[in-house]
Design a protein around this ligand. Structure first.
Ligand code: GAF
Length: 385
């Protein structure tokens, strides 16, 4: 997506020209699911798809927001006295960013912002984080503030947790703000240290398919919070600050409750899979994609059986993709709806695409949307054409 459509929306809804357009990508996650809030490792990458925000300063203290994806009049909010709970729906994310920037001590100017997105909403591809990050860049850009990107990720996460009331971890905002084209982002969610891991499947004759199963997904709906609480309980039982401190699944034998043991086993093994995937991506010994494919499929089974966050359409998409020759596939994101990521050799892309479509059609499910996922650049200012 370019800034053009957001710029046009700005002109038609607000009149005049925006001062600038800022773009923030959605993300897919190669490995490390439900590990971020356990202080573990994640390995996401930015997508080419994202949210563009065309913005201009206002002379008053109001934030005026409109979106190409949301019908109805623009949402107007006073920046003074902004409090959590005051704004609901999609506008809670950009309003939350203004609130969190202010809480962090930054002077947020009044602004009119028009947003447009090509990240499918509810597909587990972090459309909300992209909206937060595009708003954060727009507001800081309009104010001429230089805020470190790691701090900006924490501010955007705070908007989501404390203003919009969604109890997510730090992965999505970090992926949107810190990724690099042709790389995945290895993030240690305990130290918040990150590094860029070369990840360019096309250069090895492979491709990533994103299968939006079109099954609904709502992070604030209780299950995500319940998983967090179960992980915290398992860590408490083992006397560690978080599940990140466990590196050996044998340690989990000390948990009597089988459900908590399975939850913890997913987290510990997924942390291990992140490090194994980084090992394959950085190994000098050649093409690690078959091994990465195996890790993806293992991760899916762990999310399905141990963490129990998969959903029927994801399981069917994964099995259909594997049967048609994918190197590996798994659900991504929080779960209970959203997308599957499949790693395929170039020549298997069409058969996998057809097999997944067919598997859904045979069950009379809505056809999935299948997109190419290309590791892309992080959030940035774009040209206003
Ligand atoms: C969602 C959350 F927003 C992330 O923080 C992360 O926990 C993910 O689910 C699961 O890995 O995307």
């Amino acid at each position: 997506m370019t800034g053009t459509t957001a710029g046009e929306l700005f002109r038609s809804r607000f009149g005049g020209t925006a001062d600038g357009v800022w773009f923030a990508p959605g993300r897919a996650n190669l490995m490390g699911e439900h590990t971020d809030y356990n202080e573990g490792y994640v390995l996401p990458f930015a997508l080419g798809q994202g949210v563009a925000a065309a913005a201009a300063r206002r002379a008053d203290r109001r934030l005026v927001l409109c979106s190409a994806q949301e019908p109805g009049p623009a949402v107007e909010i006073s920046l003074d006295g902004l409090t959590p709970g005051q704004v609901t729906g999609w506008a809670a994310y950009p309003a939350g960013v203004a609130w969190a920037l202010t809480a962090a001590g930054y002077q947020v100017p009044g602004a009119s912002i028009a947003v447009d997105s090509d990240v499918p909403a509810g597909a587990g591809l972090s459309s909300s984080a992209a909206l937060e990050c595009a708003t954060a860049l727009a507001l800081t850009g309009l104010a001429g503030l230089a805020v470190d990107r790691r701090e900006l990720a924490a501010i955007a996460r705070r908007a989501e947790n404390d203003f919009a009331g969604v109890p997510s971890g730090i992965m999505d905002q970090s992926a949107s703000l810190l990724s690099r084209r042709g790389h995945a982002l290895l993030l240690d969610c305990r130290s918040l240290e990150s590094s860029q891991v070369p990840f360019d499947p096309a250069a090895s004759g492979a491709r990533l398919l994103l299968i939006n199963t079109r099954a609904g997904h709502e992070l604030s709906a209780g299950e995500y919070g319940r998983r967090r609480a179960e992980c915290e309980q398992a860590a408490r039982l083992l006397g560690v600050p978080s599940l990140r401190y466990l590196t050996d699944v044998a340690d989990l034998d000390r948990i009597d409750d089988p459900l908590l043991r399975r939850r913890a086993r997913h987290v510990v093994t997924d942390d291990q899979r992140v490090l194994a995937a980084v090992g394959w991506l950085t190994s000098a010994s050649g093409d690690g994609y078959p091994e990465i494919g195996r890790l993806l499929t293992q991760a899916h089974r762990s999310l399905r059986d141990d963490f129990e966050v998969s959903w029927p359409q994801a399981d069917v998409a994964v099995e259909a993709a594997l049967a048609a020759g994918a190197l590996g596939a798994r659900m991504i994101g929080g779960g209970f709806g959203g997308s599957v990521l499949a790693l395929v050799r170039e020549d298997a892309a069409d058969p996998v695409h057809a097999a997944v479509m067919d598997a859904f059609a045979r069950r009379s499910w809505s056809a999935p949307e299948i997109l190419a996922a290309v590791p892309s650049a992080s959030a940035r200012r774009v040209a206003l054409e």
